[in-house]
Ligand binder design. Structure first.
Ligand code: AHM
Ligand code: MG
Length: 283
């Protein structure tokens, strides 16, 4: 597992370097879920494939930018699922974006998720690594190109941030009423449009809610299970937070068949997730 983290560190440093002087021209191709891809999505995907491909512990890769699983070493123990550039629509406006990694033992499945990591490309390069039964660790890249441990991430019982995704007119009445109730309680809107950055803010500030619900256009939500939702749920729950799809006790108890399956998802402190589940139950 440590060898996988070593290769992830190398990949995110290379992506961060490439980002400093990017070619931001759009490409006409589309990814497996139909989004228009920025050239940088593909470049990040290629870089991660190339660098993680050198890690003997990895059996296969699943990427948001690949329609099929990519087999690597048959003797490898882990499948790594990744979103090479989460929040890619914000890349050309120079907002913080990141890469997300889920490390699964054997087959990609929530119950096989053993570790997760994500990077944040912004003024600084930061990397969060989360191993089983321990708080997620926040690292920052120093001038000497080494990652230094900054702190462990811990969520409190209740936060102040409300990061609510999706187009509001496509929300259900239940969801719209619940989000309004949080604002009425004094929660503040903080939503950039990059899940990885929005959740990073909530994790660093110790609480709040990130939601991407089912909508009338996307009844199964927008965010992808294996390389976005499950790895971030693993980090949030290990930080002491809670997750749900609106009904479940945890996103980590859900099973998905398709590589690019999506799900409604909610991540937050205990208070907001419990309140959401009650609101969704009452309807
Ligand atoms: P991406 O991986 O193609 O960037 O798409 C995922 C992103 C999430 O980071 C973010 O929460 C969501 O899409 C934003 O969608 P919306 O603009 O509908 O709120
Ligand atoms: Mg994404």
């Amino acid at each position: 597992m440590q060898d996988i983290f070593k290769h992830i560190k190398q990949a995110v440093v290379e992506i961060s370097k490439l980002m400093k002087f990017p070619d931001t021209s759009y490409e006409s191709s589309q990814n497996a879920t139909g989004d228009t891809q920025l050239g940088f999505d593909l470049k990040s995907d290629e870089l991660i494939t190339q660098i993680l491909g050198q890690c003997g512990e990895i059996k296969a890769l699943i990427s948001e930018e690949k329609s099929e699983l990519l087999e690597l070493n048959s003797s490898g123990k882990y499948v790594v699922a990744y979103d090479p550039l989460d929040g890619s629509s914000l890349f050309d406006v120079n907002f913080a974006v990141g890469s997300i990694f889920g490390i699964y033992e054997g087959k990609a499945s929530a119950k096989n998720l053993r570790a997760a990591a994500y990077s944040i490309y912004s003024a600084r390069l930061e990397l969060v690594i989360c191993e089983p039964n321990s708080l997620p660790k926040l690292y920052r890249l120093l001038e000497n190109e080494e990652f230094a441990l900054i702190k462990e991430l811990k969520m409190s019982q209740k936060g102040k941030i409300n990061a609510c995704g999706g187009t509001q007119r496509e929300w259900s009445k239940t969801h719209a009423n619940f989000i309004k109730a949080l604002f009425d309680e004094g929660y503040r809107l903080r939503y950039s449009g990059a899940m990885v950055s929005d959740l990073h803010q909530i994790l660093c500030k110790g609480g709040g809610l990130f939601s991407y619900p089912a909508t009338s256009k996307s009844p199964n939500g927008k965010l992808r299970a294996f390389f976005e939702v499950l790895p971030m749920a693993f980090v949030v729950e290990n930080a002491g937070g809670k997750t749900t799809d609106g009904v479940s006790d945890s996103l980590l108890e859900l099973e998905f068949k398709e590589l690019h399956a999506t799900t409604p998802c909610f991540f937050g402190s205990a208070y907001e997730i419990d309140k959401l589940k009650t609101a969704y139950k009452v309807g």
